[in-house]
Structures are given as structure tokens and as C-alpha cells.
Ligand binder design. Structure first.
Ligand code: IFM
Length: 450
């Protein structure tokens, strides 16, 4: 099969803090990312999300661009402090109105809004009460989820609870590279992680209870992938094991999050390795976390390669000379074959690639165009692998390119450009890159022209 299946969702994605701007406008409360950016030296170019892409005011222009590209679905996130400026309690009607306009604007153009509830802009007011380390965070999040579902689920069918818990916990609470910039002990990080998982479970319960239609719900973790560099069965088995085994005292695994959510228990190897650091798990917690989900969403950008050495052992392939993006991430398109395949085999849920894309040094050329052949090649190679996975029996439901716009790339500020659309951050002028036109043609062909 050259095309993806009928109903395959071609999308693109962004998140609130990275594009909206208007951090103090329309009643929005402070988030830990505002707090983090205010501290000198933490964001490499000294920037912040105060203005970002000014999507708060320019959303219609951005929707029009997506419409011209033939995008089926747009994955946006709601900024929790735009809805509850203090995290809980008083609702900011202006925030709800803003997302109403976006949802209706997308639908008017035939674009399906897919909502992520939490893409890292945690309310500072709740951080001041202990943040994710406070067990009440699960209820705070569930209350927020309930309200958003109540307001938008009449029009929005597809939802994600948490985006990349590995990052907001690992980078945010363990290595201090991201907001809120903490270096907690591993024990505390695991406790915060447990509360985030509880928040996911309670949110799913609240969403199902308040939904105006049958919802498709998932989470959107980082998909960490090891892949074999040949079809040798020993290597495939080693890559599968490396994709799922927990070997280090850190937050970067698939299974510490997905196993409790989908299989109902923490993975045995993690429980053994983390023995001295385990969180308090109360009776009933695992049942709350283990809610039925409708899809496995994965954000996959790169993978680790394994090769066989002279003794027939699987070892890391250093991929000398392989292509790299400006994030310094290896270009390893095989991750979009093996990642979905391994995740589908383990969890049995339809796979949606909720993020995949590359950062590049793009600029507007003298002819007014932004030529980005590297990005076209990156996406083509990844989609070819994804299509092969589908042809080999993996239920692949959709692909969302990250990101529609160049935007605020967290601790890298505006130095990393992931967009299909170039943004001049001085003038806010949007220029679709050559990849945007190419992606439009791919969508039109159902993936046939790859
Ligand atoms: O920009 C981020 C996004 O917010 C989460 N996933 C990875 C992207 C690229 O780093």
C-alpha cells in the first residue's frame, strides 16, 4: 500500500506557551514558565513567551494558513493559567472565550481541534503550594480537566492529558533545565511523577463523566526508541528490550508512565531499580491511574541505534557521520518504524504520532521564500518508515508534524526553528516554508507521493 489508510489523520501541532504570547493579557495567570524565564541565564537567548508568535491575536491568520495546507487536525494545548489564573477556583471567562474562538475558527475551516490539557504551563499559584509534589495536584488537574471537557467536548473529540511527563518531570524537577527549574532528589521526583500519573487518571475519569460525546483520550509521552540496524532477530529483540527496559535512575523511560496508565502497574524492573526511592502509593492509586485509553500518542523525533559486534552482542551504534538537526539530534527515520511497532505490540492501542519534526536554521531568502529541503527530506524519510509500519500491521491512526510555526523552544528560546511556517519574531510576519507546500501535497495524495 502506498497510501496511508482512509481516515488517517494528517495534522500539525503547537502548544500554548510556545506560541500564544499575551502572557499577562486577557486575565491569564502566571505559569512556572513565566517564572523560569524571568530568571536571568536560564533561557539561552534570554527570551521568554511574553509575546512568542502572538497567536493570541493572530490565531485566525494561523488557522487560515493551516487551512490552505489542507491540514486535517491541529493539536493545540490549553494554558491552564489562562482558564484558572490561580490554578483552581475563579474561572477566567476571557480564557474560555479565547479557546472557543479557536475551536470554532478551526471547525469553520474543516480542521479538527485536538486538545492537550497540559503542555507544561503549570500555574505558579499551585507551584507555590507544592506543585506536583503536593498530592492535591491530581485533584487540581482533574477539576481543570472537568471544566475544559464540559466547555469543549461538544466540539472536540480527541484529547490528551499530559504532554511528555518525562520532560516536565525529568528536565523540570530533576535536572533543572526546564521550568520550574528544580533539582529534586530522585525520591521526590518519583513522588511528583506518581501524582502526575494520578492526575492523568483522575482527569480521564472526570473527562469521561463530563463528555458531551464519546471521547478518544490518550496521553502524549515522549516515545523513546531503540532500533535495530539489521533484521537479525537477536538485534530486534535487543532493541525491543532497550526500548522498554529501565536501566538508569532518571525519568526517561517509556514504561514508568505508560505501564501504569495502560497496564495498571509500574514495571518490575523499575520497581527493583528504584527500590530505595519509590513513592508513596496508596491503596486504589493504581486503579485510578489505569483508565481505559483510546490511543497511544507518542512524540518521536530520534532513536538510538543498535548493531551486533563481532561476538554477536547488541551494542550501541554511534552512527558516525549521520545527519543531525540544529538541536543536535540524530536523524534516524527508522525510529518511526520501530517505535510505533514496539509500542503497538506492547500496549495494543492505535498509534498516533503526536509530534515529529526537526529544527533548522531557516531564514527568509532574498526571493522571499524559505527553502528547507532538509526538513522535507527528514519528514519524507520518517513518513516512509511510518507507512511501512502501517503496512506491516501496526494500527497507525495519525501523524502530527511539530510544529506549525517556529516558536519558543523552551530553554533554547527562539534559536531553534521547528516550524513549517517561518515566523519573523520582530514583525510577526508568517512565511510558509517550502516544507509547508510539500506537506500540503503529501496530505492531498494521502501519503502516496512520498
Ligand atoms: O517543542 C517541544 C515540544 O514542546 C515538546 N516536544 C518536543 C518539542 C521539540 O523539542
Amino acid at each position: 500500500m502506498q497510501k496511508f489508510k482512509d481516515g488517517f489523520v494528517w495534522g500539525t501541532a503547537a502548544s500554548s506557551y510556545q506560541i500564544e504570547g499575551g502572557a499577562k493579557d486577557q486575565g491569564r495567570g502566571d505559569s512556572v514558565w513565566d517564572m523560569f524565564c524571568r530568571q536571568p541565564g536560564l533561557v539561552s537567548d534570554g527570551s521568554d513567551g511574553m509575546t512568542a508568535c502572538d497567536h493570541l491575536n493572530r490565531y485566525q491568520e494561523d488557522i487560515d494558513i493551516m487551512s490552505d495546507m489542507g491540514i486535517h487536525a491541529y493539536r493545540l494545548s490549553v494554558a491552564w493559567p489562562r482558564i484558572f489564573p490561580a490554578g483552581t477556583g475563579k474561572i477566567n471567562q476571557q480564557g474560555l472565550d479565547y479557546y472557543d474562538r479557536i475551536v470554532d475558527g478551526l471547525l469553520a475551516k474543516g480542521i479538527d481541534p485536538w486538545i492537550t490539557l497540559f503542555h507544561w504551563d503549570f500555574p505558579t499559584a499551585l507551584y507555590d503550594q507544592g506543585g506536583w509534589l503536593n498530592r492535591d495536584s491530581a485533584d487540581w488537574f482533574a477539576d481543570y480537566a472537568e471544566l475544559i471537557t464540559d466547555k469543549f467536548s461538544d466540539r472536540v473529540k480527541n484529547w490528551f492529558t499530559l504532554n511528555e511527563p518525562q520532560c516536565f518531570l525529568g528536565l523540570g524537577h530533576h535536572s533543572a533545565e526546564h521550568a520550574p527549574g528544580l533539582k529534586m532528589t530522585f525520591e521526590k521526583v518519583l513522588q511528583a511523577s506518581h501524582h502526575a500519573l494520578l492526575a492523568h487518571g483522575k482527569a480521564v475519569q472526570a473527562m469521561r463523566a463530563n463528555a458531551k460525546q464519546t471521547l478518544n483520550i490518550g496521553a502524549a509521552p515522549v516515545g523513546l526508541v531503540s532500533y535495530p540496524t539489521s533484521d537479525d532477530p537477536r538485534l530486534i529483540e535487543a532493541a525491543r528490550a532497550a526500548t522498554f527496559d529501565i536501566k538508569r535512575l532518571d525519568c526517561f523511560s517509556n514504561t514508568w508512565y505508560a505501564d501504569p496508565m495502560i497496564l495498571g502497574s509500574y514495571p518490575e524492573d523499575g520497581l527493583a531499580l528504584f527500590e530505595q526511592f519509590l513513592p508513596e502509593i496508596r491503596t486504589g492509586d493504581m486503579e485510578i491511574i489505569n483508565q481505559p485509553l483510546d490511543m497511544y500518542a507518542a512524540n518521536i523525533y530520534s532513536g538510538g541505534a543498535l548493531k551486533l559486534n563481532d561476538k554477536g552482542e547488541a551494542v550501541a551504534d554511534d552512527l558516525i557521520g549521520v545527519g543531525r538537526t540544529t538541536m543536535d539530534w540524530n536523524v534516524t527515520p527508522e525510529c518511526l518504524y520501530w517505535g510505533p511497532k514496539f509500542l503497538y505490540e506492547r500496549y495494543g492501542l492505535p498509534i498516533v504520532v503526536t509530534e515529529n519534526g526537526m529544527a533548522n536554521c531557516d531564514w527568509v531568502h532574498t526571493n522571499g521564500q524559505v527553502e528547507d529541503p532538509g526538513r522535507i527530506d527528514y519528514v519524507r524519510r520518517h513518513l516512509l518508515n511510518l507507512r511501512q509500519a502501517a503496512n506491516d500491521g501496526v494500527d497507525v491512526a495519525g501523524y502530527f508534524y511539530w510544529s506549525i510555526l517556529d516558536n519558543f523552544e523552551w530553554a533554547f528560546g527562539y534559536q531553534q526553528r521547528f516550524g513549517l511556517v517561518h515566523v519573523d519574531f520582530e514583525t510577526q510576519k508568517r512565511t510558509p516554508k517550502s516544507s509547508a507546500y510539500w506537506y500540503r501535497d503529501v496530505i492531498n495524495s494521502g501519503g502516496d507521493i512520498l
